[in-house]
Design a protein around this ligand. Structure first.
Ligand SMILES: [Zn+2]
Length: 434
């Protein structure tokens, strides 16, 4: 057992002083006052000085390979971005390139305090080799990964994305079984969206989630065009149509959900579906602003995602917390409409809920994933309210160390598992000739 203490420990809305938490087998075993600890245990105590310890941030939506495409199609309308950037370059990526892309994306996330990431992965080539390359990168770096294995059958996209329903179900089921006993890897079914997957594929993904006892993720109502297209094609807007299909339930997590009306917001709350919100990406692509205030009031669980590297183009949940809050204040002309405390929940514990993983708290039974923040950093001054500082003021320079499953993977500017210079070399090797 290892014991950790710091000036302040944050977990699930509370600030603890004069406390410690204990870790064994990669899991938190308890959080308690220091004066209750057996004095002999102090030998195994690591005390972080001038520090605030927070649970590792959960990035509930990304596409790791897209980090390789940063800068190639920025500032373009959505369909140009998709066709001349995303579709064009994703055709040429080898399994090795996909591994490099994942090292790049996940490495950058670790440096920003992300300890769990959900990679919505769709360059499957009707097989699992590429998804396995992403998983290998996560394991090499030491980040906790949920691989949302995409199920895609729209024939307008590159062939590499497409599978039959049987292929998609069997490959996802097989990949899930391969990692069933791995404590840091989880596989989810992820029917791409109502435009990238047929209703039968979406239904198959929802059924598979039921079988595997996981949640399932899909993109919903990201752009206005999408809402119009689905409404014309299926006679109902996206959330209503998903409900008609019988898949809107507590296993469903909709990504984006920008274009919802009032009745759909209520329907999501009634069915206990979750949302992964990606504010920077929605801004970058000009999608619009999700109704975070109304969804929160209705009781929908909202977590945060960075989305892919070429629609953000940063890889930080701290940034997404700040963006979420500021955007709502702008939309509602009211600075009191969101709080830093709500943002911290979205960036930590809600991520765990939307991935159905015990992460995002530093309490018994949760993964020992945490970030040590330097309270001496200039961006954390003054010290009156460290939680507000964490969301609105902190710069990455304040992140001293990052632990995943009880293992230190980042310390004082250095990724300890895969040297940053190696990652840079690999990114240049892949993209240099483009
Ligand atoms: Zn996405």
């Amino acid at each position: 057992m290892t014991y950790y203490t710091a000036d302040i420990i944050y977990s699930d809305g509370n600030l603890y002083r004069d406390h410690y938490f204990s870790v064994e087998n990669g899991m938190v075993q308890g959080l308690a006052p220091l004066n209750t600890l057996d004095p002999r245990a102090f030998r195994d105590m690591i005390a972080f000085e001038d520090s605030l310890v927070v649970p590792g941030f959960v990035n509930s939506h990304t596409h790791s390979f897209q980090s390789l495409l940063k800068g190639f199609c920025d500032d373009k309308p959505f369909f140009d971005w998709r066709d001349q950037g995303l579709y064009k370059y994703s055709q040429q990526l080898t399994e090795q390139d996909i591994y490099h892309g994942a090292l790049f994306a996940f490495g950058e996330m670790l440096k920003n305090g992300v300890t769990t990431v959900c990679d919505f992965f769709y360059i499957n080539d009707q097989d699992n080799a590429n998804a396995n390359a992403v998983i290998r990168a996560a394991k090499d770096l030491g980040i906790r990964l949920t691989l949302a294995r995409t199920m895609y059958d729209w024939d307008g996209a590159p062939k590499r994305f497409q599978e039959t329903i049987d292929q998609a179900v069997n490959n996802t089921r097989k990949l899930s079984a391969e990692y069933a006993n791995d404590p840091t890897i989880q596989v989810l079914p992820a029917p791409h969206s109502l435009h990238g997957a047929s209703p039968e594929m979406v239904k198959a993904g929802a059924d598979l989630a039921e079988e595997l006892r996981t949640v399932f993720h899909l993109h919903v109502a990201e752009g206005e065009y999408e809402r119009q297209m689905i409404t014309e094609k299926y006679g109902a807007p996206p959330i209503q149509y998903l409900d008609k299909l019988g898949v809107l339930n507590n296993r469903m997590v909709g990504i984006h959900c920008v274009w919802l009306d009032e009745s759909e917001i209520q329907l999501m709350a009634d069915r206990k579906a979750g949302i992964s919100y990606n504010p920077s990406s929605n801004m970058f692509l000009g999608d619009g602003v999700t109704h975070i205030k109304e969804l929160t009031e209705a009781g929908v669980t909202i977590s945060l995602g960075t989305d892919g590297g070429c629609s953000n183009n940063r890889a930080s949940i701290i940034e997404e917390m700040r963006m979420t809050s500021l955007l709502q204040k702008v939309v509602h002309h009211d600075a009191s409409v969101t709080t830093a405390e709500q943002m911290l929940a979205m960036g930590t514990v809600n991520g765990g809920l939307n991935l159905n993983l015990p992460v995002g708290k530093l309490e018994k039974g949760y993964g020992a994933d945490f970030v040590v923040v330097d309270l001496e950093d200039l961006s954390m001054q003054p010290r009156q309210n460290p939680l507000k500082n964490l969301v609105y003021a902190m710069m990455p320079s304040a992140i001293r160390s990052v632990y995943t499953a009880g293992r230190k993977v980042y310390d004082i500017g250095e990724i300890l598992t895969v040297p940053e210079s190696d990652i840079v070399e690999k990114v240049i090797a892949t993209t240099g000739s483009w």
